[in-house]
Design a protein around this ligand. Sequence first.
Ligand SMILES: Cc1cc2nc3c(=O)[nH]c(=O)nc-3n(C[C@H](O)[C@H](O)[C@H](O)COP(=O)(O)O)c2cc1C
Ligand code: SF4
Length: 396
Amino acid sequence: MDAVAVRRLLPTSEPLGWRDYGARYGSLPFADAGLLDEVEASGLTGRGGAGFPTAQKLRAVREGRRPVVVANGTEGEPASWKDKTLLRLNPHLVIDGALLAAELVGARRVVLAVGRHGAEQVRIARALAARPDGGAVELATVPERFVVGEESALVHWINGGEAKPTGRRSRPYQRGVDGRPTLVQNVETLANLALVARYGADWFRRDETVLATVGGAVRRPGVVEVPLGVPFPELFSRAGGVTEPVQAYLVGGYFGRWLPAQDTLRLTGEMGARVVVALPARSCGLVESARVVAYMAQQSAKQCGPCLFGLQALAESFATIARAEPEAAEAVARLERLERRIRGRGACAHPDGALGLAASAVRVFGAELSAHASGRCTAHDHEPVLPTPHVKGGWR
Ligand SMILES: Cc1cc2nc3c(=O)[nH]c(=O)nc-3n(C[C@H](O)[C@H](O)[C@H](O)COP(=O)(O)O)c2cc1C
Ligand code: SF4
């Protein structure tokens, strides 16, 4: 498998304008019922993190009255850049996918949502203006917070509310934007939909590719397009290769988990939004995890107890452990109790995501945990590896 040769979503390293895009991909076929079967046969799954089968979602929304399509390009995960990169380099493939999805489900309203502080809003506005059908897509620029990309939060914001999740009981595919069935689909998923429509399910399944954000101890951190299942050594070589000895990988971003560094790992569909960060051997996995858990606690929409109080308590325990304070052993003992108080109890998956990362840190950095519990950290360097940006603005 040659990872370098496959470039379906990101064929160029410069933004692909409307005319060049047309020349490269050709015109978009009509969306008919046969296309839904083709999407099903392609096995396309959501690229926003959960990996839900796209055809199943399209069919469910299509059954409702006058549905709405929302293209989710918010990408609140700080370690992920794949959606921003796709929107920058190949905006027309995403827009084609969103328009195609609208045709497939019978939607008249199409909203493309991006973060409000990045350069995406200007780029997408330009891309829409360049197309004859660009007026059919509304551009929504949303607050930049981790949970804003959660589908019910996004729908609530589009409906005029705060960009906070509205709970597991409100399902946008039944009742979403304007109270109508709403298809919320990640922008990478929509770009793939536009490829399936053009080239078919067989083509898609052959060398199916995914976008991955590779960071940490690599020569060229950034976004790469690689075949699904690519071995990690090949993935890292696409990012210029690793620069120093590595102890662990964070896979799936801040909803993901730590894995001990091994060459036998492969990039799979279960690895969330496919963020892979190589943690140098000189760094401390507990210090990194403590910073991320604190960031996740701060990013809570603070609406449910398990998320508001549970994540805060988890962050405090992890901070005590990371600093190898005299109470570190006590804090380690507290983690299990906290897990029981938080797991499955939030109104959305945010606290479970943070908890998963914390639990994997305990498993993977076990030896370091014992060292911290006895008051010392064995790492040589506490320079941050994982980004935990400062939050800007409110929820509206
Ligand atoms: C806290 C939280 C944050 C999320 N952030 C994003 C995001 O930034 N982008 C995204 O596409 N999906 C995000 N999701 C997943 C969305 O809720 C939704 O499942 C996704 O947009 C559906 O698209 P897909 O089926 O194409 O993956 C998030 C979910 C949760 C629980
Ligand atoms: S679990 Fe957290 S982020 Fe999710 S709805 Fe509750 S408070 Fe908000």
